[in-house]
Design a protein around this ligand. Structure first.
Ligand code: PLP
Length: 428
């Protein structure tokens, strides 16, 4: 394939005419397709539907972990649930706290607690400190950025690489600037690139020597077992590495079954050093008497343990992998080698990044929308919704049917070509 950059102005103009014609034909077919949502498809949700039948009235009347799950108590959650999440998060079970239905909620509450009460006894609450900064690896998860934006942090962009965030920059900020209070991380199959942090990156996180005594790493392992190939990525245990360095108070770990069982009706968990856990429980015990243990029990009975969770993820993989492959095959066929886009090709997770020519992402999303294909807004993966290069588009292939996805991917490729031709012609 010839790169668009090597075409003359007249060749590009003729190409644009052909592409426009194809685009108008597609527009006339009045499509209604949505590739914007990183949600499980209905087929995936059906995989867990039997969970609703695993608890009988007799089960509930007895005790589990020595407690009656129908009643108040056990702020940290059922021990069986703590053990299950401990394995997923690579920590000890007494470092795990089981939450409610949403890990994002746990992250918000963790930031809110630090704002109001500080991160440890004797620390000044974040909210009483001026010029607070939070590091945001980009592209990243918009809802992470929104939490720290809401609490008034200056959001500092840290470029992502295939090995994780640019650690030279992270170290420079964290080890020298006492106003840097935290960093958002999705260490496995990052949202949206699908990158997994390398062993060296994890070790460098553990070896951070923060200028601020109340600096924390928000390690959101949302996609810890969401593998899509036979050669899944492996993530080193940050907690183990921190223990070697004596920095185990730095990280807060998060995960949930939102993309394992039911989105928004699963079980979320967080983990942290015993010292951090004591401090957290001091305030959490005021906030709630305890989370929903019946839902925890339902999950434990259905999945049994971490191995059961992994086996269940193979069923998800059977549904998701063909969707990813369909989009990758379409991109390969339609736009590879044209010099107008590149994309990540993760071994798992829910997303990948499509990077188009600088200044073209918004235009591609707009063209797709006019042709009836909704994509995640350009810029959504950056703080304040602004991608400085206007190049990144988050692609979410899990939700649409294979048929819809095939059509949507073709429209996407056409719009990438059209936007690139427009851009290159305008710069001639
Ligand atoms: N963390 C990441 C990185 C996500 O991509 C998502 C959802 O897309 C969440 C957290 C949300 O998790 P939960 O449903 O447990 O709040």
């Amino acid at each position: 394939m010839t790169a668009y950059q090597s075409l003359s102005a007249s060749e590009l103009t003729s190409l644009q005419t052909v592409l426009k014609k194809q685009y108008e034909e597609i527009k006339a077919s009045r499509l209604h397709l949505d590739m914007s949502r990183g949600k499980p498809s209905p087929d995936q949700l059906n995989l867990s539907i039997e969970m609703l039948n695993v608890l009988t009235a007799d089960d509930l009347a007895g005790t589990v972990s020595g407690v009656d799950v129908r009643n108040y108590g056990l702020l940290e959650g059922l021990s069986e649930a703590r053990e299950m999440f401990a394995e997923l998060l690579d920590v000890d079970s007494d470092e795990v706290l089981i939450g409610g239905n949403s890990s994002l909620n746990l992250m918000y509450d963790t930031v809110a607690r630090a704002m109001q009460f500080g991160t440890a006894p004797g620390e000044t609450p974040w909210g009483q400190q001026e010029n607070r900064k939070f590091l945001c690896p980009v592209p990243g998860y918009d809802r992470h950025f929104a939490i720290t934006e809401t609490f008034g942090f200056e959001l500092v962009l840290i470029p992502m690489t295939a090995e994780g965030p640019d650690m030279d920059l992270v170290e420079q900020y964290v080890n020298n600037d006492p106003t840097v209070k935290g960093i958002w991380c999705v260490p496995k199959y990052s949202n949206p690139d699908g990158y997994t942090y390398s062993d060296e990156t994890v070790r460098r996180f553990a070896a951070l020597n923060p200028a601020a005594s109340d600096f924390r790493i928000f390690w959101d392992n949302a996609y810890c077992i969401h593998d899509l190939t036979d050669t899944p990525d492996k993530l080193l245990s940050l907690m183990d590495e921190c223990k070697k360095q004596g920095t185990e108070d730095l990280p807060y770990f998060f995960a949930s079954t939102s993309k394992i069982s039911f989105s928004g009706a699963g079980v979320a968990a967080m983990a942290m050093s015993r010292k951090n856990l004591e401090w957290t429980k001091k305030f959490l015990s005021i906030q709630t008497i305890g989370y929903d243990k019946i839902n925890q029990l339902r999950h434990v009975r259905f999945f049994r343990n971490a191995e059961g969770l992994r086996a269940h993820m193979q069923k998800h993989r059977a549904l998701i992998q063909p969707r990813f492959e369909l989009v990758f095959n379409t991109l390969d066929r339609e736009i590879r080698g044209l010099g107008i886009a590149d994309w990540t090709h993760p071994n798992g997770g829910y997303f990948f990044s499509l990077n188009v020519l600088p200044g073209c992402a918004k235009r591609v999303v707009e063209l797709c929308k006019e042709a009836g294909v909704v994509l995640t807004s350009a810029g959504a993966s950056f703080p304040h919704g602004i991608d400085p290069n206007d190049t990144n588009i988050r692609i979410a292939p899990t939700y649409p049917s294979l048929e819809d996805l095939g059509k949507a991917a073709e429209v996407l490729c056409l719009c990438v070509k059209l936007a690139a031709a427009e851009k290159l012609l305008a710069s001639m």
